[in-house]
Write a protein that binds this ligand. Structure first.
Ligand code: AP5
Length: 213
């Protein structure tokens, strides 16, 4: 299955992607995770991307399109993949369509996670991530990771100013993709305000609908 998870920052794309990957064995491709890893490793890509990411701006299209195109050429993604955080602009969506259609392929579904802004801000302000293994936590009083005992930190772009900017950028540049994919007939809307488990239940229902045709 070839899926895109679409939604504003904090909508739970990464959280649901981990569950989908485990249950359905669909490989998860997160451009945010790839870029954060590049920043951590201090690569040329990381140095280029870091200032955009910290301010809550998008990394330029040609950089991200290059990374994803390269990634999708790998044999492990031939049978299926789940893109999280890509595409984020109409130019990225068009580049993805082009790359897939060159192989006679197309997306099976674009899951659009819908959450009101107040809840997004609450989730992002409370989020902590393990500085060592990268696992994400919701609100927690713990200072260390339950998995590897690494230190829990706040993502640089989860500061108030960057959260506001990310939401503006989402509305201006990414939200138009909802219409884009609706017109293409692949949009699946997921009201994503319940518990993680409730939302995963909805995701599974939608995926079953797709599998049953
Ligand atoms: P990226 O990492 O993709 O960030 P994002 O889209 O802003 O998404 P988030 O990771 O913030 O949220 P999420 O929807 O995955 O939610 P999560 O599951 O973590 O991108 C970061 C940056 O990289 C961008 O700003 C940009 O600079 C750059 N970038 C990446 N891709 C790019 C592209 N294609 N083009 C250009 N630039 C790009 O959940 C959030 C929190 O809520 C967590 O704490 C979680 O535990 C909690 N939570 C999840 N579900 C629930 C629930 N149901 N109830 C309560 N809490 C919940």
């Amino acid at each position: 299955m070839k899926l895109v998870l679409l939604g504003p920052p904090g909508a739970g794309k990464g959280t649901q992607a981990s569950l989908i990957e485990k249950e359905y064995d669909i490989p998860h491709i997160s451009t945010g995770d790839m870029l954060r890893e590049a920043v951590k490793q201090g690569t040329e890509l990381g140095r280029r991307a870091e200032s955009y990411m910290t301010k809550g701006e998008l990394v330029p299209d040609q950089v991200v399109i290059g990374i994803v195109s390269e990634c999708l050429r790998q044999p492990e993604y031939e049978k299926g993949f789940m893109l999280d955080g890509f595409p984020r602009t109409v130019a990225q969506a068009e580049a993805l369509d082009k790359a897939l259609s060159e192989n006679g392929d197309c997306l099976d579904a674009v899951m659009s996670f819908e959450v009101p802004d107040e809840e997004l801000v609450r989730r992002l302000s409370a989020r902590r991530v393990c500085g060592s293994c990268g696992v994400t936590y919701g609100a927690t009083d713990s200072k260390t990771c339950g998995k590897c005992e690494g230190e829990l930190i706040t993502r640089a772009d989860d500061q108030t100013e960057a959260i506001e900017r990310r939401l503006e950028v989402y509305r201006a540049q990414t939200a138009p993709l909802i219409d884009y994919y609706d017109r293409a007939g692949v949009l699946v809307r997921i009201p994503a305000t319940g518990s993680v488990e409730q939302i995963f239940g909805l995701v599974k229902e939608k995926l079953k609908g797709l599998e049953d045709g």
